[in-house]
Design a binder for this molecule. Structure first.
Ligand code: TYD
Length: 392
């Protein structure tokens, strides 16, 4: 049974950056968040139809941050050592190839429903299926390319509404002793950081290890290891295998018992979380209004999907934030979804005229602070909502 605990209001497609003449056709939906008493999954009350989000105009590039480029390079080094046979890998949601590029083109297969990015990895030499991940596709790939030693997905499985279909498809294509490795933002960290901005159309679920273990178990798989990661504000890398094949590492029970201590298996925890979310909204709006009253120029740094949730839930538009800077060419020159704040390149707008920069990409705070020393030395300050509203 779904128990709704949070209403983030009317929201647009989080990555739906648009031109002025597209405003009249902009799509909105109601973003409600619920706790499933049965599986303990945190999920949305209404799912956006995937093709509305993932299509040939998709703008999110995984390779835009140094942190993520290094993260995938390091992981690739861990998954294959020179003296072992090269594993046959398939990546679900390969985006612009930021992980894929560390693997050989002849044995690696990519699945990417966004046609623009599928073309990029195809051009890099990888067999790329420009389709959504389904049991039908898994059967087709099994026949054409063979079963896989590793099925990998980063920041992708939590994007897929139908987890039963997803896990069944993995079970079809995985070799009997193959490993399904996937990483997504961790619910424990979302609760610890009050990072409610991890919830938007593309993230219909926020995963706890408890919920994932329940869901994988119902689909012939089980978690054999969990690794906590710092990326994306705190993520979990899940290693799963077919049931009964692998030995279960102690990290699985450790993570589940930590989550029980946090109360991630109880509705009360999420009711308290919802109260903190509302407080965060009030505090952020108050701070931005104060800045405006004092004549300070405030912009946003990083046109993240996460900030779409924040700005639309809090009702923050161009009257409070002059513009957003972002390094992604596909976002520049457009307006942010829903509240229509202009997005420009950092070279055009991240300069000495800015007093405060709200961290839309707070998850890259280290990388950004390193990169923007001149801004900080010149007296510029960053604002974040994580874990509470503050100037850093
Ligand atoms: P990310 O947090 O990955 O976004 P999302 O919430 O959509 O998953 O990325 C944030 C955005 O910030 C992305 O569009 C790239 C941009 N960005 C910059 O503009 N400058 C930077 O230095 C970094 C690290 C990211």
């Amino acid at each position: 049974m779904l128990n709704k605990f949070l209403d983030l209001g009317k929201q647009p497609i989080a990555n739906g950056f648009l031109y002025k003449d597209q405003i009249k056709d902009e799509y909105f939906f109601n973003l409600g968040v619920a706790f499933d008493e049965d599986t303990k999954l945190i999920t949305q009350t209404e799912y956006v139809d995937p093709p509305l989000m993932f299509n040939d105009e998709y703008v999110y590039r995984g390779s835009m941050s140094q942190t993520m480029r290094e993260h995938f390079k390091e992981l690739s080094g861990v998954l294959w050592k020179n003296d072992s046979p090269m594993p046959k890998i398939l990546e679900i949601g390969s985006n612009d190839g930021v992980f894929l590029k560390h693997w050989p083109t002849d044995s690696t297969v990519a699945v990417e429903p966004c046609g623009n990015f599928a073309k990029e990895t195809q051009d890099m030499g990888y067999t790329t299926y420009a389709e959504f991940w389904t049991t039908k596709l898994a059967e087709e790939i099994k026949l054409t390319n063979g079963e896989r030693d590793i099925i990998f997905a980063a920041n992708c499985i939590c994007h897929i509404p139908d987890l039963y279909e997803t896990f069944k498809a993995v079970d079809i294509l995985l070799k009997p002793n193959g490993v399904f490795i996937f990483e997504d933002p961790s619910l424990a960290e979302v609760i610890n950081n009050n990072s409610y901005d991890q919830i938007y159309d593309e993230h219909p679920h926020v995963f706890s290890v408890i919920a994932l273990d329940n869901l994988l178990n119902r689909n012939g798989l089980e978690i054999v290891k969990v690794k906590n990661l710092s990326v994306h504000g705190g993520s979990n890398r899940i290693y799963a295998m077919k049931k009964g094949v692998g030995s279960i590492h102690k990290s699985v029970e450790q993570n589940k018992s930590y989550e029980r201590v946090l109360g991630l298996d109880k509705m009360e925890t999420f009711i308290r979380f919802a109260e903190k979310v509302e407080q965060s909204k009030d505090d952020l709006v108050r701070l931005l209004r104060k800045c405006k009253y004092e004549g300070k120029k405030v912009i946003s740094y990083g046109a993240s999907s996460k900030s779409t949730t924040i700005f639309n839930y809090c009702g923050i538009g161009p009257e409070l934030l002059s513009y957003i800077t972002d390094t992604t060419p596909e976002k520049q020159g457009k307006l942010s979804p829903g509240v229509h704040i202009p997005v420009i390149a950092p070279e055009q707008g991240f300069n000495e005229t800015v007093h405060f920069a709200y961290l839309g990409a707070w998850n890259f705070i280290k990388e950004i602070k390193n990169k923007e020393k001149d801004f900080v030395d010149g007296g510029g300050k960053f604002i974040t909502h994580v874990p509470t509203i503050r100037v850093v």
